[in-house]
Design a protein around this ligand. Structure first.
Ligand SMILES: [Ca+2]
Ligand SMILES: [Ca+2]
Ligand SMILES: [Ca+2]
Length: 336
């Protein structure tokens, strides 16, 4: 065993992500009302103008604000105290506006499509009469082409995981190293960190479901750490990872993951309530093929969280040949 100091293992976890749909969407958007398509028609009220310049109607991800104007009944406040028209991020409206001469107006049933067009009917509670937001609701566009339209667009519903750099840009080929393990005659543990400043695990949830689980697994349960000329195992618990056991392969080794002391950094308008880090766990073929990194039950929505500092420890068998070893892993996020 010459030049023992120079012989190192470099273990690199290569990653791909499942549950990733697309890049990141701007999370907070506000829209105004179209200058042409700004009228709704009330069967008892006549035209209602949502684009009156003094009314300043704004459509947000979670609520509408400002005033609509009825020539016959005056101002309609979309955001009165203790009520208001709500948006669920996806363009389904609800809640109540207050008309100074109409009383409460229920917006349940009004939706905003990806085109920005309003559809459906609001209901004036006192008379149970309807306000129609789009001539196509009752096939009336050929006689009167009206609708309310906004520049706001529904958020793309998105639950995903990615690995991003310090500037929040997705990393093309993320890889984490378990570094600097000098070759030895005896079985040893090499350690590393999953999630660092330039490769943070980012979970984004803009769906309305607050429950999800993030897990880590190898691409295959029969995967091995592989170099140009040698292999060893990542999921063999025999002799604490130092001997080959009953699995199909003939090599020893075991990878342990400990999210317990990881750092969870929420987007600045969100918090970490309802999110728990997983327990320390060892891969064991056929028994522990996935390790839970993070679980959310009742977490915030329209949020993202960055995760760094998950500890990794890999048992390297005795007399393992030095070299650059790779193991392909996947991060998977699922809604619960
Ligand atoms: Ca194995
Ligand atoms: Ca084995
Ligand atoms: Ca075996």
């Amino acid at each position: 065993m010459q030049n023992q100091q120079r012989r190192y293992f470099l273990l690199v976890l290569i990653f791909c992500m499942f549950g990733l749909i697309s890049g990141f969407t701007a999370l907070a958007t506000t829209g105004t009302i179209d200058s042409v398509y700004k009228y709704a028609w009330g069967e008892n009220t006549g035209w209602i103008n949502f684009g009156n310049s003094y009314g300043n109607v704004q459509v947000g991800d979670e609520s509408l604000t400002g005033y609509a104007w009825s020539n016959n009944f005056g101002w309609i406040n979309l955001h009165p105290t203790l009520a208001g028209v709500t948006n669920n991020l996806d363009g389904q409206l609800g809640g109540y506006a207050w008309g100074e001469n109409l009383g409460w107006i229920d917006f349940t049933g009004v939706t905003i499509a990806s085109s920005g067009e309003f559809f459906g009917y609001a209901t004036i509670s006192s008379t149970n009469s309807h306000i129609n937001f789009n001539c196509s609701n009752n096939n009336a566009c050929s006689s009167s082409d009206y609708r309310v339209k906004t520049s706001w667009q529904p958020l793309v519903m998105f639950l995903g995981v990615d690995i991003i750099n310090a500037s929040s840009t997705p990393v093309d080929n993320p890889a984490f190293t378990i570094n600097n393990a000098p070759a030895k005659f005896n079985c040893q543990a090499a350690t590393g960190t999953l999630g660092v400043v330039n490769q943070k695990i980012r979970i984004t949830n803009t769906t309305i479901n607050p429950a999800w689980t993030l897990t880590l697994a190898a691409v295959s349960t029969s995967s091995l750490w592989t170099s140009a000329s040698s292999t060893f195992d990542f999921n063999d618990p025999t002799s604490a990872g130092c001997s080959d056991g009953a699995d199909q392969d003939t090599v020893a080794g075991q990878l342990s993951i400990s999210p317990t002391n990881a750092t969870l950094t929420p987007k600045n308008t969100c918090d970490s309530a309802g999110i728990s880090l997983g327990n320390s766990s060892n891969f064991s073929q056929g028994f522990v093929d996935n390790i839970t990194l993070v679980t959310a039950t009742g977490a915030g929505t329209n949020c993202y969280w960055d995760i760094t500092g998950i500890s990794m420890s890999q048992k390297v068998p005795l007399e393992q040949q030095s070299g650059l070893y790779n193991l392909a892993m996947t991060l998977t996020i699922v809604a619960n």
